[in-house]
Design a protein around this ligand. Structure first.
Ligand SMILES: [Fe+2]
Ligand SMILES: [Fe+2]
Length: 263
């Protein structure tokens, strides 16, 4: 099975490049399953129900998120719409699994694609981020329950050391541990010794003439004067960042991980 994982889709520029480039990527690379991080889909801050559905309709099977998941409050009601509807679009949108357990939404999804069972787990780091539950122990707990051999983990985290540690911690137990959140792709994609594909950050899908997606003047200004400013998405130099993970359906182990940045 060949899995495409698309990094944080940022605003309209990010959504547009996915719409334009995804059909060609799926065809050229014989992609079976598509996962994307959508936490910045709504002008950089969160995701709305219509935007989630727009991304699902482009062919994305599962959307992960991260610290921006609650930025658009209507997403809370959307999560509630998925109650009892196991494979609805609303159920295929995830928030990090290590959030307080009574929060709306789910951090894991199990489904089938082309009749092959797969699971996606969304986790968030704790270094320079909100103090959530331990993502390592939450991963252990979820992996006891997951039945699929093919398991993709989005580790949405700031610190490279925390993400690399998660890669090694889950090595041999999941198909891939893929980092998101920093919006800067890293050049360390590899299959770890136990057979888990790993990358510290897949990178942003959005405008690179920016500071991690936001108009550069606004962020530079904020560093210069520390005054509050309303962040707006940039528009220039739009790129799609993703990885393709090739894995063995019988064992769930990765054979190969390839990083890509297309413009
Ligand atoms: Fe992000
Ligand atoms: Fe984030």
């Amino acid at each position: 099975m060949r899995i495409l994982f698309i990094g944080d889709i940022f605003g309209r520029p990010g959504r547009t490049i996915v719409k334009d480039r995804l059909p060609g990527l799926v065809k050229d690379r014989a992609i079976d399953l598509i996962i994307a991080n959508g936490e910045n889909a709504a002008a950089g801050f969160g995701i709305t129900p219509p935007l989630a559905e727009e991304l699902f309709e482009m062919g994305i099977d599962v959307l992960t998120t991260g610290n921006h998941v609650w930025d658009k409050r209507e997403i809370v009601d959307y999560f509630q719409m998925a109650d009892g509807n196991q494979h609805s679009m609303a159920r295929r949108l995830l928030r990090p699994a290590n959030y307080p357990s009574d929060m709306p939404g789910w951090g894991v999804y199990e489904g089938r694609k082309h009749d092959v069972p797969f699971a996606v787990i969304n986790l968030q780091g704790r270094i320079f981020m909100a103090a959530n539950d331990d993502p390592f122990r939450v991963a252990d707990k979820l992996l006891k329950e997951v039945k699929a051999k093919i398991v993709l983990v989005d580790i949405h985290a700031e610190a490279t050391s925390e993400k690399i540690s998660m890669g090694w911690y889950l090595d041999g137990r999941v198909t891939a541990v893929i980092g998101t959140h920093t919006h800067v792709p890293t050049a360390d994609e590899r299959v770890l010794t136990g057979g888990t594909a790993y990358i510290t950050d897949v990178g942003m899908t959005g405008p690179y003439e920016s500071v991690i997606g936001v108009k550069k003047e606004l962020v530079v200004g904020r560093f210069l004067n520390n005054m509050p400013v309303r962040f707006e998405p940039a528009t220039g130099d739009v790129r799609l960042c993703a990885v393709v993970v090739d894995c063995d359906e019988a064992t769930g182990r990765a054979r190969k991980i390839e990083r890509m940045m297309v413009s």
